[in-house]
Design a protein around this ligand. Sequence first.
Ligand code: SAH
Ligand code: SF4
Ligand code: F3S
Length: 483
Amino acid sequence: MTNINYELIDTTAPAPEQEPERQRYFIAKCREIIKERELEIGRKLTFYDQTFGCQMNFKDSEKLNGILEDIGYVKADTEKADFVYYNTCTVRENANVRVYGRLGALKNYKKKNPEMVIAMCGCMMQEPEEQEKVKTTFKFVDVVFGTHNIFKLAELLYECLSGRKRVFDVWEKTDQIIEDLPSDRKFGFKAGVNIMFGCNNFCSYCIVPYVRGRERSRKPEDIVAEVKKLASEGVVEVMLLGQNVNSYGKNLENPISFAKLLTMVEEVEGIERIRFMTSHPKDLSDELIEVMAHSKKICKHLHLPVQSGSSRILKLMNRKYTKEHYLELVDKIRTAVPDIAITTDIIVGFPGETEEDFQETLDVVRKAKYDSAFTFIYSKRSGTPAAKMPDQVPDDVVHERFDRLLKVVNEAAKEQNGKLTGNTELVLVEEIDEKDDTMVTGRLSNNSVVHFKGDASLIGKIVPVVLEESKGFYYLGRLSVNG
Ligand code: SAH
Ligand code: SF4
Ligand code: F3S
């Protein structure tokens, strides 16, 4: 929520042209409609979001929720709400299937609740054929927008509510970055911060550049101002978000490196921990490694997607590094930051992948000693260059490789996890343990999870914990009394 007094906005005047003033005006207009509806039906109106995909989408949903709360909607905990939106992902085929699978239930809720407004947004809606499908097959969906105009939610909702009509507004691209709109953060003590939008890398399998547009960096001063504001609100950990944070700032009017941005964020008082996602190996600089090695706040965790261990496949993937270059990078990082946890993403079954190529991937997993890896089966995305490549790998071969990969990933992870047993480490307490309410769950700097005895008063605090036992993917510990 913001501190803006919407009552002071003259909603009888024409809409301002400038952003974010224009959206504030439409928030005020929507507030009037919602208030009237509340009086008529004798209860508050509610909203619910269903968010799929990556951190970018979750961050976008926080912004959308902030706008909805300023409009006067109250957050519900079920889809039986008055405004429901699906923020979609299209990175792999199964992401799309899941969305359409769930939409059916909404139709039934809407039949029972005439107030209900249903919206779809996010990456899937950037694809013309998906938009068309929603338009013609899912007629109960009222509002559709894309990734470039989430800031416009209030204006679109106003059009829908005032005209009682369906509203479709998807932009092909944008060069705008709208600052200073509301946001409803999920956690009080940690927050994601966008540092850039879009992607220019065009990895040959990936749809993200097509649905998120060209790379745009936010100005460092805007990012630092947001981080300062978050710190003043009690946030101790920030996660800097971008599809390829290592190329941050290159296209700004006054270019600046990601490493430099990190040093600026490091100076913000109150921020204790800094994380970032995602690092593309091709742009990871020595300057960044240097900054990580000397930083007191940057967490000892690097997510460094390798995608494949075969230099031949990496070339076809347009990743612009080789297996050797990647492993050298890993070595350099481990030497500079000894206790760092390295995690990765791997795709199995890219077109043309042979058993030999796959063996190279297994080799990288063993050599890089990942703490964990997200493993994906290659999914053909129409419009990407890889979709047209010959030798798509048969399903049974891919699945068999996938199972073998999982085994090797788990073996590597087992070796890494538990390395800190016996140490006393600082832990950011995140929540009450899901399985035992006399315990709390927190994270180490290296992103490992630890459970230990404690209560809700610890949530959001950074405390020393003795890591008593490793349980494979997590530790059991005890609050250190000596500090
Ligand atoms: N920008 C990040 C990745 C964003 S997508 C990066 O470059 O590392 C997250 C992950 O989804 C990717 O790392 C990749 O492993 C996986 N992915 C993307 N497209 C895919 C596809 N077509 N099939 C299977 N996995 C895919
Ligand atoms: Fe996709 Fe590659 Fe961009 Fe990551 S860097 S979002 S994998 S195109
Ligand atoms: Fe999915 Fe879009 Fe993220 S396609 S992975 S939600 S950028």
